[in-house]
Design a protein around this ligand. Structure first.
Ligand code: C5P
Length: 403
């Protein structure tokens, strides 16, 4: 769903990065209006922002032309989300004190849209107690979220916190601010990716899972207000904004990581493609070809979902997390997913297809069926992120039968 983003830019060197941000929002179909402080206009020309956003840029409170096109009150009513990037120490201070001394701060007092504040400044300034106290005021202000700056080398050559995060992180923070908080106060554990079962240091058994669906499910849960732990096998994906990760390698690592935490969770979503077997006798040294046996003896790995089902599933009589499993099959998707639901003791199962052009493994798009004991609902091909959002909407409506 495209959004209306009001981007407030204040006068730090990171203002040039706001140009990339506008492009990133436009690229995914959002509408953008930009308001610049006087300082911001020293770094970037309003014309640049006008061309990129394809909208007039607000610069002055009492600009007669701008006021006649879109007045500051209409501008305050327009956005779904306000993003302040970069937010300088000065802007943060003016906001913390409720000032309305330019167009941007005036709009900020007049809007009831959520406000995402992305500070960027010199490390010493960031650490200054006054700046931190002002940020605290913003954190306590309803509908305001502060995205911490990244650490790294700054334009002033100092190294430390103060860099404006990448556009992708700010896009995710904006999505979270715009989302209905249907998972607020909930704890979610998601597993994602493959596991690796080493034969020796140079060889392992694994599968083609990319971890994308699991990461989208974790990201969507954060957007909707949940506290999220992502237990992930080896994947080449960025950690979604706001997610806490536990990195694991083997099925048995994953088993421990999940079992140690499951009891405290409201939802456990087992998206990971866990390797079903592991070598019976893994070698610490790389085995020479001349010493290799003709065949490899394997042991079954623990089935994590099955064990969760025994402890917390619908038949357990225990109050535990709602258990959501994934079932990847090449045919009879719904029937096989339901079989697994009953066999493993999950509350819900998500069926998706492997093989073919939109194979669940590795693709950015997929289609799913959400399967319960009695129902199956199909969600046609969409991005994995949209499917993840749809899944959470369905899951929060699910209430287990307590007999
Ligand atoms: O039996 P199958 O592997 O198709 O079931 C898939 C579901 O079971 C997924 O939710 C997966 O995370 C989970 N699973 C597990 N432990 C295993 C194998 C699968 O938790 N050893």
């Amino acid at each position: 769903m495209s959004k209306r983003i009001l981007l407030g830019v204040s006068g730090g060197i990171a203002a040039y990065k706001a140009c990339e941000l506008v492009r990133a929002f436009k690229k995914r179909g959002d509408e953008v209006r930009v308001v610049m402080s006087a300082g911001a206009q020293e770094f970037v020309q309003p014309l640049t922002m006008q061309v990129l956003s394809e909208n007039p840029v607000g610069t002055e409170t009492f600009d007669a032309t701008y006021e006649s096109e879109i007045g500051h009150i209409d501008l305050a009513r327009w956005p779904d989300v306000v993003l302040l990037a970069p937010a300088t120490a000065n802007l943060i201070a003016r906001m913390a004190h409720g000032m309305a001394d330019d167009l941007l701060t005036t709009v900020l007092l007049a809007t009831d849209a959520p406000v995402v504040v992305a500070p960027a400044m010199n490390t010493q300034m960031w650490r200054h107690p006054r700046v931190q106290a002002n940020l605290e005021v913003l954190e306590q202000t309803p509908r305001h979220t502060v995205v911490d700056p990244d650490e790294g080398e700054l334009a002033c050559k100092e190294v430390g916190p103060g860099r404006l995060p990448d556009p992708e992180v700010l896009l995710q923070a904006v999505d979270g601010a715009a989302s209905e908080q249907i998972l607020r106060g909930k704890k979610v554990l998601v597993t994602a990716g493959p596991t690796r079962e080493f034969i020796d240091p140079a060889r392992f058994i694994s599968n083609p899972s990319s971890g994308k669906m699991g990461h989208c499910i974790a990201r969507a849960a954060v957007e909707m207000g949940a506290e999220v732990i992502l237990v992930r096998g080896p994947v080449a994906l960025d950690i979604p904004y706001g997610v806490q990760t536990v990195e694991v390698t083997t099925a048995r690592n994953m088993y421990r990581a999940v079992m140690d935490r499951a009891e405290d969770m409201d939802y456990v979503v087992k998206v990971a493609a866990v390797a079903d077997w592991r070598p019976a006798e893994p070698s610490e040294e790389k085995t020479k070809k001349s010493q290799m046996a003709e065949s490899l003896q394997l042991l079954r790995n623990p089935d994590i979902l099955d064990e969760l089902g025994d402890r917390f599933g619908p038949e357990s009589g225990e109050r535990g997390p709602i258990l959501i499993g994934f079932s990847a099959e090449s045919k009879d998707l719904v029937a096989r997913a339901r079989q697994k639901l009953l066999h493993k003791g999950a509350h819900l199962m998500v069926a998706n297809r492997i093989g073919g052009p939109s194979s669940a493994f590795g693709a950015d798009r997929s289609s799913i069926h959400i399967v319960t004991e009695t129902e199956a609902r199909e969600y046609p091909a969409d991005t994995k992120l949209n499917l993840a959002r749809a899944l959470w909407r369905e899951v929060v409506d699910y209430v287990p039968d307590v007999s």
